[in-house]
Write a protein that binds this ligand. Sequence first.
Ligand SMILES: [Zn+2]
Ligand SMILES: [Zn+2]
Length: 261
Amino acid sequence: MTPDYHIHTALCKHASGTMEDYVRQAIKIGLDEIAFTDHIPLPNGFDTAHRMQPKEIESYLHEITRLRNIYPNIKILCGIEADFYDGFEDYLSDFFKWNSFDLVILSVHFVKDWPAENWAFSYSFTNKTQTEIYSDYLQALLRGIRTGLFNIIGHLDLVKSVEQPVLQRNATLVKQILSEAKAQNMAIEINSSGLRREINEPYPAFSFLPLIAEAGLPVTLGSDAHQPEHVGFSFSEIEARLSAFSMIKMAHFQAGKMQLY
Ligand SMILES: [Zn+2]
Ligand SMILES: [Zn+2]
């Protein structure tokens, strides 16, 4: 089975279960590889409500090491879901100098200068079209890619609203993102969490697959688990869709190095 490369922990304050529960669930459903990718701590108290504190990174790493020893039959990677937010580039670059990970997911959860909380998945504008909103988000993602600090693009079209596909409005920018991701040797995550939300499709939507194939990009699968029972969520449905694209390879990571299968 395909590894689950997007798993959270209770350290982020909005996920339940112990890290061991996630490992046991992965074993139960037959996975032989997972990656913990909890939300990275950010500077200046930014969004502390949804992430671990800087000092907690140590216990996160220790627990992964402990679980690797207890469960040698499953490969447990140490990853992190890192936000790209304009102005945090130096912080991130420093953070990755001091802490090394098997894989780093690039996520845009907040778009700088957007109103209120800047959330990429709940916004309200009176002065921007849907295409402009998507463009702001995708441009932020592009700036993240260009830092070269990340391995995987997480939930690429997270910004989408129901019945407002990103690809239909912003195809040129999406193609640019894919081509620059390829140049940076990145992989694209197919994130199944959308399949348990109202949007009812993965991030990115299945309609991205031909473009991912055309760009020669590999993929990873991620459940974005915030509860142990989310591990491997709807992977069989995604694998079935991927089987029509034999040219799309599965990316595996270790110590930041990608291998394709
Ligand atoms: Zn989360
Ligand atoms: Zn995320």
